[in-house]
Design a binder for this molecule. Structure first.
Ligand SMILES: Cc1cc2nc3c(=O)[nH]c(=O)nc-3n(C[C@H](O)[C@H](O)[C@H](O)COP(=O)(O)OP(=O)(O)OC[C@H]3O[C@@H](n4cnc5c(N)ncnc54)[C@H](O)[C@@H]3O)c2cc1C
Length: 224
């Protein structure tokens, strides 16, 4: 199988494992797999605790997960560099790599809003979605979430911080896919490809257990 890199070089390999995050559905689809589950991008914005207030957070603080949205919920994350990240929220992004509030891609937007699965999800969770959207614009609404854990935190203690975009796999019934999805194409090329279409969090980042699961799957599919 030959893979062309954006810089122009070509890599030849016997088998391919793709882990393409926000583009995992598109890569799978072009190699003959089902278009489902689709990826819908949700942006998560963080706030930063001002350094003079970082003494308030001495360890990770997480809410008890809501079983309907186990990956949501504002949390407090003290980082190795001493900074403290607060959040994230989750709002529909209008671009797959839409890291800023007003980022927009006509193709990605159309892709999302013409997907029936997204509408089913939205209609089932209108009030929750509107709440998240409101919090994306309102600093004081975000701080109110934080005050449930640390009442001393005020809007004067936080700054707007970085954002991430979650690659949310969504089935056609509007269900958030919360387990691993492995897929493979068909034919001479497709059968040499293993697509990791969904790697759900939490505990996903740098997880050796996930790497082992993918290696087992590759061994099984490719009969290595
Ligand atoms: C705001 C936010 C907070 C999160 N917090 C946590 C957390 O606390 N704990 C946790 O476990 N998880 C967390 N996650 C989830 C975690 O980031 C994902 O579960 C994990 O990154 C998925 O891994 P992946 O390898 O499937 O995709 P990604 O990490 O998205 O990697 C995909 C890679 O493929 C590349 N790519 C895409 N298309 C192509 C192409 N055509 N050709 C070549 N390369 C391509 C991309 O550039 C990218 O480098 C968070 C996610 C977000 C957005």
């Amino acid at each position: 199988v030959a893979v062309w890199c954006p810089q122009g070089q070509q890599v030849s390999c016997g088998h391919i494992v793709t882990c393409a995050g926000l583009h995992s559905d598109r890569l799978a689809h072009i190699s003959g797999c089902s278009p489902q589950p689709r990826i819908v991008p949700f942006r998560g914005d963080y706030l930063l605790l001002k350094p003079e207030k970082s003494y308030l957070v001495k360890g990770n603080i997480y809410p008890v997960p809501n079983p309907r949205f186990p990956f949501l919920g504002f949390h407090f994350t003290p980082r190795m560099d001493g900074s403290v990240w607060l959040g994230p929220n989750a709002v529909l992004a209008f671009k797959r790599e839409g890291y800023k509030l007003l980022d927009f891609s006509p193709g990605d937007f159309l892709d999302a809003v013409t997907y029936s699965g997204l509408w089913k999800l939205v209609l089932r969770n209108v009030s929750y979605g509107l709440g998240e959207l409101y919090r994306a614009f309102s600093l004081s609404a975000q701080v109110r979430q934080l005050q449930r854990f640390i009442p001393e935190v005020t809007t004067n203690d936080v700054l707007r911080g970085p954002s991430g975009v979650r690659a949310q796999a969504l089935d056609s019934e509007g269900n958030l896919v919360d387990d691993f999805v492995f897929d493979g194409g068909s034919g001479a090329v497709g059968s040499r490809i293993l697509h990791v279409r969904n790697a759900p969090s939490p505990a996903a980042t740098s997880s050796l257990a996930i790497a082992a699961a993918i290696a087992d799957e590759a061994q099984r599919r490719f009969r290595l």
